[in-house]
Design a protein. Structure first.
Length: 292
């Protein structure tokens, strides 16, 4: 199947069927999307990575159609990190380069801490290290900025609010988190189509609900949760849009890394920096991945 010029492929990993889009040949670069988004979030970076000699793979994460929606309903961070580890093994490219934005970054921090042997270099965007996020939960401006975290804990109402008026809630989040007058209508329409698929919205909200409710985590992954707390030794570049409030949480997080670490602000960008300033973000990514 062709999707916006990218070829969709299927793979079985960790007991789930995943769909991913791929471009290029060479060392594997795995790109993880966030919310509200899908794998096509990386449409600017995939061709550039392929042209630079990489095999760029962007999966639809668990619960995001056309990837499988699991019957067990687990969406805790340990489960998501384990998914990525299983994907890396199934794709046969370990160690890989790992890139993540928003939830892709949240998952990325966990993967780097728990499975350092699977990743050569990483780029994590727009979300601070989990320790920094925990600190921000008592800061009023960050509570306001991340209002959706709290709103999504409610039963039923978030689902109804998001679908109301042709998913206007999704338009609002992209506008609220983006810089200036940035617009990405065609991509956002594709995101809405993803969220309209049966079971996807409940799965996407399940990520947030599991984050704040330990009872929603897979009890078999306690050891992995402990490993996710380790300092990160994988060389990591952290990026954030200069107009994203979360940037102030990311400027001082080097203490969570024992390996090479660098932080860069991207001027004129908000939360979706890889789409708002694709040329600059792609340049930074390629420069980082190319270091030896």
């Amino acid at each position: 199947m062709e999707t916006s010029g990218f070829h969709e492929k299927h793979i079985r990993a960790g007991g789930l069927d995943f769909v991913y889009i791929e471009q290029g040949k060479g060392p594997l670069v795995l790109l993880l999307h966030g919310f509200p988004d899908n794998a096509l979030s990386w449409s600017h970076q995939l061709p550039a990575l392929a042209a630079a000699g990489y095999r760029a793979v962007a999966p639809y994460l668990r619960g995001y159609a056309p990837s499988e929606i699991p019957g067990d309903g687990f969406y805790d961070k340990a489960t998501l990190a384990n998914d990525v580890a299983e994907l890396i093994r199934a794709l046969g490219g370990a160690p890989v380069h790992l890139i993540g934005q928003d939830w892709g970054a949240i998952i990325g921090y966990a993967v780097l801490a728990a499975f350092p042997e699977l990743v050569s270099r990483a780029v994590l965007m727009a979300v601070p290290h989990p320790e920094q996020s925990r600190k921000s939960m008592l800061d009023a401006k960050h509570v306001q900025r991340s209002f959706h975290w709290w709103f999504f804990q409610l039963p039923d109402l978030p689902e109804r609010a998001i679908v109301h008026n042709d998913f206007a809630f999704i338009d609002y989040l992209w506008q609220y988190w983006s810089s200036g007058d940035f617009r990405d209508e065609a991509h956002i329409e594709g995101v809405k189509e993803t969220l309209k698929q049966e079971g996807v919205l409940a799965a996407a909200l399940g990520y947030y609900r599991a984050m704040l409710d330990p009872a929603k985590g897979d009890p078999r992954l306690e050891r992995l949760r402990t490993q996710m707390e380790r300092r990160i030794r994988v060389p990591t570049l952290a990026l954030c849009g200069a107009d994203d409030l979360r940037a102030e949480l990311m400027t001082d997080q080097s203490q969570y890394f024992s390996g090479e670490y660098r932080f860069e602000l991207v001027a004129g960008a908000g939360h979706f920096l890889h789409r708002e300033k694709p040329a600059e973000v792609t340049r930074l990514v390629l420069e980082w991945l190319g270091k030896t």
